[in-house]
Design a protein around this ligand. Structure first.
Ligand SMILES: [Zn+2]
Length: 344
């Protein structure tokens, strides 16, 4: 008897709860109108927020090209640890947040409202970029160590970058050590790109040679770290006779399919949402001070220019699902992104 009563009470409670929870229709039946009004309100709020930070997701993005970070530079492509630290400090001060080349070309730049994306790229896989000690900690003054150190000082400055790998493999000779380095990069949010196996000038090469150069290093990266590079950087910035060959090809049973191919010079890159964006030839900027032939076309000069021309620079609205921009720029929007557009 006692038992039956308690079951009865229990059931009643369940029924009452279910009744309460399963009552999705408001009394007046205006659910649809409410939802529409809400959507409209949300969009208005998004537009206002985008306008407030002057979001411009059709603006230009600096893709910086680094090589070695070494104490005694031997070429103008090298940066000292001090110079590299200063490069990053300036970016943080100017409101830039690093994104990877893969995030950039696929339009997945998830950075706070009002900030600007910057892509940090490192060519040639030299030990000065990443060398790990016996327990997998980056050695002092390597590029990754400096990047993490600056990021720790500037909350929100993401320690991410893209490394364009050749057979040099950060100076590691055995597959085990190569795997350690590539896996560390992957596990720590870094992006691994293709830079051809032998750092070959692809201009004038046959399709077979191009596929051999790109496909073989892709195979090696895949076997060592289970990574399929999303982008490629052309050695010397030179495109093959058919520029598509750098993007798509096949070697044996391994195919490569890059969403972006990077050049070596000399301007900021178009937004991936802009009609001006050419995924097969994305420009980069050499990391260099305003000196000699870098007076106008290297990083210091371009970062000054972008700072002085904020309406030309990419500024995020903080929402990775939308493409926000001043209405006037509408004709520049790539049709593939129309459904995500937020013109204000
Ligand atoms: Zn190179």
């Amino acid at each position: 008897m006692r038992l039956r009563v308690s079951i009865g009470v229990g059931l009643a409670a369940v029924v009452a709860l279910a009744g309460c929870g399963s009552d999705p229709v408001p009394k007046s039946g205006t659910g649809k109108a409410d939802t529409a009004a809400q959507t409209k309100q949300t969009r208005a709020a998004k537009l206002a927020a985008a306008a407030k930070v002057k979001a411009n997701e059709l603006g230009q993005v600096p893709v910086l090209m680094f090589h070695r970070v070494i104490r005694n530079p031997t070429t103008t492509d090298d940066r000292t640890p001090e110079q590299f630290r200063a490069d990053l400090e300036r970016l943080a001060r100017d409101g830039y947040v690093p994104v990877t080349a893969a995030e950039f070309v696929t339009g997945k730049m998830d950075i706070p409202a009002g900030t600007h994306p910057v892509v940090l790229t490192f060519d040639d896989s030299s030990p000065s970029q990443v060398t790990l000690d016996e327990v997998g900690v980056p050695k002092a003054d390597t590029a990754v160590a400096i990047l993490r150190e600056v990021a720790a000082r500037h909350p929100g400055f993401r320690p991410v970058a893209t490394f364009y790998v050749t057979r040099d493999m950060f100076g590691k000779a055995t597959p085990e050590e190569q795997a350690q380095t590539l896996l560390w990069l992957k596990q720590n949010g870094f992006d691994i790109g293709n830079h051809t196996r032998d750092h070959v000038n692809l201009r004038g090469k046959s399709k077979q040679e191009v596929e051999e150069q790109i496909g073989s290093i892709a195979q090696q990266i895949g076997a060592l770290a289970y990574v399929k590079p999303v982008t490629l950087a052309l050695p010397y910035g030179n495109q093959p006779s058919h520029k598509e060959w750098a993007a798509r090809g096949k070697l044996g049973n391994v195919s490569y399919d890059h969403s972006g191919v990077f050049l070596a010079g000399y301007t900021p890159a178009a937004s991936p949402f802009s009609r001006s964006f050419d995924p097969l030839g994305i420009p980069r900027i050499r990391a260099m001070d305003k000196k000699g032939d870098c007076a106008q076309f290297c990083s210091t000069a371009w970062l000054d220019w972008l700072k002085n021309n904020p309406d030309m620079r990419y500024t995020s609205d903080g929402d990775v699902t939308t493409v926000a921009f001043p209405k006037f720029k509408d004709p520049f929007l790539r049709t593939t992104y129309k459904t995500r557009a937020l013109p204000y």
